[in-house]
Design a protein around this ligand. Structure first.
Ligand code: FAD
Length: 365
């Protein structure tokens, strides 16, 4: 029997496997797909500071996993737009399948065992998982199955909101000058859409919305308007977790991490850095729990201490913006800001961004 079984070899599962194996804890990972990193669903947008926090920045840079680097976001509402220039940090689009494979290699090199092409059909609170007719048992089972939370339904009473998203990578046929600006369109019903320049005349377009049924048409129309004639290179997507974290992450001998636990930013649904930090916390708590020092619920307490205030504020902002008539509200809020704002803020913990934008709007009026 291994100390820990992890269900799901995505970012959170691989990061946790690496951290646990690094501590000498025996770990088995069950992943339903045969290849780690595929199919990919993620844009891969992550801050330099965030990667540094996770201790993987240098490896990502040295392995050439950064597709593009950005210092400017253009926030668009109905008929207004404002540019936010980041000072002191930058945003990278990283090759997400390569990132997952990097963590997988690190975990395997430290002794983690992987079972690929193995779909788990049930997780029991007593630390048992089921694959076809076989049962596997461990001291702790971690559910890292991602945003769909299909297995978690067996033991979690209140699941959090998710929104379906689609992305297309396109190459524009004519030369497009972008200055590396990432465009975020809040005039999209339900959540938002985006265009990220990721290479010479190559763009990643995406939309997350429950209200737009034909997302491919939506993105093609957006590409036509913004880029002119284009060729689609790749189509991918998945569920984004927008409802914040679950009320609890620990159920008997089962703990949840990553999108399965709802550990994403309520404002953008980005979860790479939050999942990584959460996996680090969980690895520490598992180490102490196995040695008999702490109860697994310490994971929930530590998480709340680190993320609680950020979740509260970001969720509040999302609710205020998206209730009633979001376009009018966003237009009004953007009108309070100058057309270009240069601001140093923490992309992963956005408490200070909200504070700084409020200061700007007060100065402006
Ligand atoms: C369209 C889109 C764009 C995004 N863009 C960004 C972004 O730019 N920046 C950012 O920070 N975040 C982004 N995210 C969110 C980010 O991708 C997630 O937060 C992150 O992948 C969470 O990792 P995870 O390991 O929890 O889940 P996942 O990466 O989804 O991994 C879950 C794994 O579990 C496996 N699995 C599921 N069920 C089973 C089962 N029954 N048995 C065995 N294996 C199973 C899956 O195959 C998968 O490999 C985006 C998400 C989407 C959908």
């Amino acid at each position: 029997m291994s100390d820990v079984i992890i269900v799901g070899g995505g970012f959170a599962g691989n990061f946790l496997a690496y951290k646990l194996a690094d501590k000498g804890i025996s770990v088995k990972v069950f992943e339903e797909h045969r290849t780690i990193g595929y199919p990919s669903h993620c844009s891969g947008l992550v801050s330099r500071k965030g990667l540094s926090r996770l201790g993987i920045l240098q490896e990502i840079l040295s392995r050439g996993m950064v597709l593009s680097a950005h210092r400017c976001l253009r926030i668009r509402a109905y008929n207004k737009s404002r540019i936010i220039q980041l000072s002191g940090d930058e945003l990278f689009v990283i090759d997400r399948p390569s990132l997952d494979r990097l963590l997988f290699e690190k975990a395997v090199n430290r002794g983690a065992e992987y079972y690929l092409g193995e779909k788990v059909s049930a997780i029991e609170k007593d630390g048992c998982i089921k694959i076809r007719t076989k049962h596997y048992r461990s001291k702790i089972v971690v559910d890292a199955e991602g945003a769909a939370k299909k297995l978690a339904r067996g033991f979690v009473s209140r699941l959090t909101e998710t929104i379906p998203a689609l992305q297309i990578d396109v190459s524009a046929r004519s030369n497009k000058k972008t200055d590396g600006i990432i465009d975020i369109y809040f005039n999209t019903p339900d959540f938002f859409s985006w265009i990220i320049p990721i290479g010479d005349n190559v763009f990643r377009l995406g939309v997350a919305s429950r209200w737009i049924n034909d997302k491919y048409k939506f993105l093609s129309d957006l590409a036509k308007v913004k880029l002119g004639s284009f060729k689609v290179i790749n189509i991918f997507g998945g569920l984004v977790n927008t409802g914040g974290p679950l009320d609890k992450f620990v159920f008997g001998k089962v703990a949840l991490v990553g999108d399965a636990a709802g550990q994403t930013k309520p404002t953008t649904a980005g979860g790479i850095v939050w999942s990584g930090i959460s996996a680090c916390l969980l690895a520490k708590v598992i180490e102490l729990n196995i040695s008999g020092y702490v109860n697994m619920s310490a994971y929930e307490r530590l998480w709340e201490k680190l993320f609680g205030s950020h979740v509260l504020l970001m969720s509040m902002i999302r609710k205020i913006l998206y209730l009633g008539n979001p376009q009018t509200k966003l237009n009004f809020l953007l009108s309070l800001l100058p057309s270009v704002i240069t601001v140093s803020f923490d992309y992963d913990f956005q408490f200070d961004l909200i504070q700084k934008l409020t200061m700007y709007s007060r100065k402006n009026h």
